[in-house]
Design a protein around this ligand. Structure first.
Ligand code: AMP
Length: 190
């Protein structure tokens, strides 16, 4: 993994394999996928055709973007592989998936999602805390979905388990159209 601080050419997006309960989540995934492609950035994601994952990929492809999916072979049956991707990288297992997704992206964006999304989010955030990468991490707090998570992180800082700087590095955006600007502000020469 690179140290970060380099030009952002590809972003890795973590998001739900489900669409979630509100139309706002699908709308945000659609807007983000389009914004990524229109900014000329490649999209890296989990490779599925379902849920917010499918929505973000569809939107980027429709806008003429390059989309790489990373899917474990064992998941092909559970998460239908997106048939229209620029490239589908089949990997042996979940660990290989996360490693490749982390390597291919120059920044990480987390949209609403479930346990898998939370796990991916916390992994790149903890790797940032450990100095294993310096890539920007964005949390897209659509319709306040992540308010409880942000409250938990603040609680963990207050209780002395997390250093304030480690949470402060996290970029929280409310709307998809703020994300690209936040990335460029974090990596000015990117
Ligand atoms: P979810 O947020 O639970 O809908 O999951 C979103 C994506 O994360 C799906 O593609 C899951 O297969 C994936 N995922 C779940 N757990 C893991 C894991 N331990 N490592 C890598 N990907 C995972």
């Amino acid at each position: 993994m690179t140290a970060g601080g380099e030009a952002i050419r590809a972003v890795t997006v973590f998001c739900g394999a489900a669409p979630g309960g509100g139309a706002g989540y699908t709308r945000a995934a659609d807007q983000l996928g389009r914004a990524v492609a229109e900014a000329g950035l490649d999209l890296v994601y989990g490779g599925a055709a379902v849920g917010l994952m499918g929505t973000v990929a569809d939107a980027a492809l429709r806008a003429g973007g390059t989309v790489t999916g990373v899917l474990p072979r064992s998941m092909l049956r559970h998460e239908i592989a997106h048939p229209g991707l620029t490239e589908l990288r089949l990997v042996p297992d979940m660990h290989a998936r996360k490693a490749l997704m982390a390597e291919l992206g120059d920044a990480f964006i987390t949209l609403p999602g479930g346990l898998g999304t939370a796990e991916e989010f916390f992994e790149v955030l903890t790797w940032s805390q450990l100095g294993l990468h310096g890539k920007p991490c964005v949390l897209l707090d659509t319709d306040g979905y992540y308010h409880p998570l942000i409250a938990f992180l603040d609680h963990a800082v207050r209780e002395g388990f997390v250093a304030p700087g480690d949470v402060a590095r996290l970029l929280v955006c409310r709307r998809p159209d703020e994300v690209i600007a936040a990335l460029h502000a974090a990596v000015p020469h990117g």
